[in-house]
Design a protein around this ligand. Structure first.
Ligand SMILES: CC(C)(COP(=O)(O)OP(=O)(O)OC[C@H]1O[C@@H](n2cnc3c(N)ncnc32)[C@H](O)[C@@H]1OP(=O)(O)O)[C@@H](O)C(=O)NCCC(=O)NCCS
Length: 151
């Protein structure tokens, strides 16, 4: 992801359908903060959210690894968002598997996915990369499910 992806990211994160499990879609300024956060993560960690593209270079969404604080613990999460007209093609699953393999190759021992309790599609992606439901928790004041796996 680079600043050149801001328009695409603002479209993705500003979409009502993509953000249906979030409190509300993100504004363009919030999408800008998201890209900056990603660039900071690249600089600090050497990874972050990456842009998903098809073989034509068309923008499909984002997917990647980010550190999240949950229940007082730092956890590495796989996250993903796919543009509405390309959902259901296996894109998030392919991206998440690549993230899992990237983490495993770097010696990461545990990965999680944090989802809204009714976000079955997201939970299914977590399960398809090998995670299992671990617990319910609360993040930013909202109930979440935590799926996890050891690598
Ligand atoms: C979650 C999301 C990234 C999945 O992307 P995707 O590329 O469509 O996912 P895949 O095509 O790889 O499908 C993954 C699985 O979810 C299932 N799935 C998709 N939509 C579903 C739904 N509404 N309810 C139940 N399962 C669903 C698929 O059937 C598939 O499982 P299967 O192979 O057992 O049939 C996509 O729905 C999305 O962008 N949602 C909005 C953003 C979001 O919620 N991100 C996650 C935040 S935690």
């Amino acid at each position: 992801m680079t600043m050149a992806d801001l328009d695409a990211m603002a479209g993705l994160l500003g979409d009502k359908d993509v953000m249906r499990h979030y409190p509300r879609p993100k504004t363009r300024d919030e999408a800008l903060a998201w890209v900056r956060w990603t660039l900071d993560n690249y600089a600090r960690d050497g990874f972050g959210l990456w842009v998903l593209e098809d073989e034509n270079g068309d923008f499909l969404g984002d997917c990647g690894l980010t550190w999240q604080t949950l229940d007082g613990r730092e956890e590495l999460e796989i996250g993903y968002h796919v543009v509405p007209d390309r959902q259901g093609e296996g894109i998030a699953t392919e991206g998440a598997r690549a993230c899992r393999d990237f983490a495993r190759a770097r010696g990461v021992e545990r990965l999680i996915a944090i989802t809204a309790p009714d976000n079955r599609a997201s939970q299914r992606v977590a399960e398809k990369v090998g995670m299992v439901w671990e617990r319910s928790s609360v993040k930013a004041g909202l109930p979440v499910f935590v799926h996890a796996m050891s690598l």
